[in-house]
Design a protein around this ligand. Structure first.
Ligand SMILES: [Fe+2]
Length: 401
């Protein structure tokens, strides 16, 4: 077919591109939280009983009160016991509460953990059995209760993705299913301005990792790439400012937008080995998700530079590198260096040695990434030797030399 229509080398154009994101609407902008009442009224009617899923930090910061002030006329139960990096046991607890309460809709308020647990509350009311029955891709039987998500960080992209991530034993497990997509997401950058610098940096790197990894993915469509290049450009321009001054509204606005955009391709293009490596680091050394994945990102870009040089050259351009006179492969490596420089500027670790990871752990980490987190959508597969070399580069903190 390719020879008939002259599309050799343009595989994405030969597939049907799927784009799955928020079902009913994404409301974005300062004070968009005021839309939550009318949207829920439209979804479930006046006086409906709602379950609001959040964590104690978000509640303590006064954000839940702000949301509740916009939910007058509804009966709202608040569950604020979501853990950071929630376990499957936490998910089962949320599922039990959601099933017992007779709720008409679920509202998630918080970072990725709270939004993911809100998805669990929604889907486990309409799907029988245990959370573990649905781990993997596309296993849900039906859509969940109407769901509205309100992110309070700018990074995880859970508000626009069909993914739920949780800790299962000593590994990360996930559900990825369009039936877990939110009906409505309300992205109000004003809710992110109290985020401390370190959380801003870590979650911002998560957004950048989503954007760049989804571009590298073999399943990336032209639409995914366009959206994610724009997201990467925004992170490159605004993360340093949001980190330096959390009250800079322009920076917060663009970081929230970048995160929501980068979340859109998570269920279709999907992330690659940066997240796999991030999972090995976050489970073993208790690193926050965004910091662990962000640390892996420039090294995975360097590893993939021979596999998708043009794509990565475009990423480099989006990150502000002058790529006009560089061959694509060199530009790709410069892009990896630009990501590392950004991480240094926002004071995140850029090597495993800096984190105190013993060099003797690298063999085990390399074996674990291959065994537990394969990525058939990666443009370059990891071999045993390749995985070890990648971890060694990460340990040394070396890119491009
Ligand atoms: Fe992520």
């Amino acid at each position: 077919m390719a020879s008939q229509i002259g599309l050799e080398g343009y595989e994405p154009l030969l597939r049907i591109s799927t784009f799955q994101t928020v079902r009913k609407g994404l409301f974005f902008g300062f004070n968009s939280i005021s839309r939550i009442g009318p949207e829920l009224l439209d979804l479930v009617g006046e006086g409906a009983k709602l379950l609001l899923v959040t964590d104690k930090g978000v509640r303590g910061a006064g954000i839940v009160d702000k949301v509740l002030a916009n939910l007058k006329g509804f009966e709202v139960d608040v569950f604020d016991e979501v853990e950071t990096e929630p376990s499957i046991e936490c998910a089962e607890r949320v599922a039990a509460i959601a099933r017992e309460g007779g709720y008409k809709a679920v509202v998630g308020v918080g970072g990725g953990s709270s939004l993911d647990m809100a998805k669990i509350a929604s889907i486990m009311v309409t799907n029988p059995g245990k959370v573990a029955d649905y781990l993997g891709r596309g296993k849900l039987k039906r859509c969940g209760l109407p769901m509205v998500l309100v992110p309070t960080t700018a990074g995880t992209g859970s508000e626009t993705s069909p993914n739920v991530v949780m800790v299962v034993g000593r590994a990360k497990g996930w559900i990825s299913d369009p039936r877990a997509l939110p009906d409505v997401s309300i992205v109000d950058p004003m809710l992110t301005i109290t985020m401390p610098p370190k959380l801003t940096a870590g979650t911002g790197l998560d957004a950048l990792t989503h954007a760049v990894e989804c571009i590298m993915s073999l399943n990336s469509s032209p639409l995914d790439e366009a959206i994610n290049l724009a997201a990467a450009e925004m992170v490159g321009k605004y993360l340093r400012i949001a980190y330096s001054n959390g009250r800079d509204l322009r920076a917060r606005y663009h970081m929230s937008l970048a995160a929501a955009m980068a979340g859109m391709a998570l269920g279709t293009a999907g992330v690659v080995y940066g997240h796999s490596i991030g999972y090995t680091l976050s489970t073993r050394y208790h690193l926050p998700h965004g910091i662990a994945c962000g640390l892996a990102l420039p090294y995975v870009m360097e590893y993939n530079a021979i596999a998708c040089p043009e794509k990565l050259a475009r990423v480099a351009g989006a990150m502000g590198v002058d790529v006009r006179h560089l061959p694509p492969r060199e530009a790709a490596v410069e892009g990896a260096k630009a990501v590392k420089a950004l991480m240094e500027d926002v004071e995140l670790p850029t090597s495993l040695s800096e984190l105190g990871v013993p060099k003797g752990d690298l063999q085990e980490l390399a074996a674990e990434v291959l065994e537990k987190y394969p990525r058939p959508n990666s443009p370059r597969q990891l071999t045993k030797e390749g995985a070890l070399r990648l971890y060694e580069r990460m340990w040394e903190g070396k890119i491009g030399d």
